[in-house]
Design a protein around this ligand. Structure first.
Ligand code: SF4
Length: 91
C-alpha cells in the first residue's frame, strides 16, 4: 500500500482560520526546500514561480519541520487545539 493510500485512511479536523503552523514572511528558501522533501504529508510546496505554498490542513503533527528548520521557517508551531487535527486510524 503506498503512502497516499495510507494517508487517505486518516481523518483531519481542520481548524479553519486558526492555523497551528505559521510560516515566517521571509523564509530561508534553502531551508524551505528541505521541507518540500521532508514533510511526509507534502504540505510544503513550491509554486511555479519558486515562491512558497504551505497549507496546514493535513498536517500529521510529526514535528519534522520544527526539528529540521525551526525558527528559520516557522513563526509558530503548536499542536492543534483540542478536537482538531489528525485522528490516526490503524489497519
Ligand atoms: Fe509536515 Fe510533519 Fe511539519 Fe506537519 S509537522 S507540516 S506533517 S513535517
Amino acid at each position: 500500500v503506498n503512502v497516499d493510500v495510507k494517508l487517505g485512511i486518516n481523518k483531519f479536523y481542520v481548524d479553519e482560520g486558526h492555523p497551528h503552523i505559521v510560516l515566517k514572511t521571509d523564509v530561508d528558501m534553502q531551508e524551505y526546500r528541505k521541507l518540500v522533501l521532508a514533510c511526509p504529508a507534502g504540505l510544503y510546496k513550491l509554486k511555479e514561480d519558486g515562491s512558497v505554498q504551505f497549507d496546514y490542513a493535513g498536517c500529521l503533527e510529526c514535528g519534522t519541520c520544527r526539528i529540521l528548520c525551526g525558527n528559520t521557517i516557522l513563526e509558530k508551531w503548536e499542536y492543534p487545539r483540542g478536537s482538531f487535527g489528525i485522528e490516526y486510524r490503524y489497519g
